[in-house]
Design a protein around this ligand. Structure first.
Ligand SMILES: [Zn+2]
Length: 209
């Protein structure tokens, strides 16, 4: 026991210089890490229902892999792709959300890449906090809110409920962050991708008109 304790203390003391170094650059300057302010979602809750992050996961974001975000000036809509999905039951949707989160953690995104997820029943789920930049369009995540609809909209049509929620959340976010109507995109507008599928992209285009 005693031996163990001594080993722990010794390891900790030896780790201190490494911990200090972590907050300094090679030139010895102290790096000021941005303080992440929790984003109050009341501006959404007063307009529409949202399933908070704690309703579907207790996995914490790996903050050291994330960048702080304060302002947004564009919104990008995605689909999950892969397979058709008509999941409506909460428990099944939570399984789907877990699948996306696990995949994104495995890719070292630090958290689910999207800020919001919309299921086939039209439920809105909180994904990555708006306090962080998303991970959803290669090289174009700065000031870009990511919304994903569960399904493959080359292979299926989005449900009416899904489309209503897409429009609602985009309206609320545009107002909150003063995002121009012309700055609502499908993933394919910003990079080489078929996402969010023809059937959902058609609705995204309409939101810009
Ligand atoms: Zn996409």
């Amino acid at each position: 026991m005693k031996q163990n304790r001594r080993f722990f203390i010794k390891s900790f003391v030896m780790a201190i210089p490494a911990l200090l170094l972590a907050s300094r650059t090679a030139r010895g300057e102290v790096v000021k890490r941005p303080v992440i302010q929790p984003v109050n979602l009341d501006f959404i809750k007063t307009e529409m229902d949202i399933m908070g992050r704690d309703t579907w996961t207790n996995v914490l974001p790996r903050k050291w892999l994330l960048r702080a975000a304060v302002e947004f000036d564009r919104i990008t809509v995605h689909h999950v792709g892969k397979y058709k999905n008509f999941d409506i039951a909460k428990s099944t949707v939570i399984r789907d959300l877990d699948g996306i989160l696990t995949e994104h953690i495995d890719r070292n995104y630090g958290d689910i890449g999207y800020h919001f997820v919309i299921d086939y029943a039209g439920r809105l789920w909180e994904g990555r906090s708006l306090g962080y930049e998303g991970a959803h369009v290669a090289g174009q995540n700065d000031r870009n809110i990511g919304i994903v609809c569960i399904g493959n909209f080359d292979m299926q049509k989005p449900s009416e409920d899904q489309l209503i929620t897409v429009e609602q959340i985009i309206t609320v976010l545009r107002e909150r962050y003063a995002i121009k109507q012309t700055s609502v995109f499908g993933h394919r507008d910003l990079g080489p991708s078929a996402c969010p599928g023809d059937n959902l992209y058609a609705s995204v285009v309409k939101l810009r008109e």
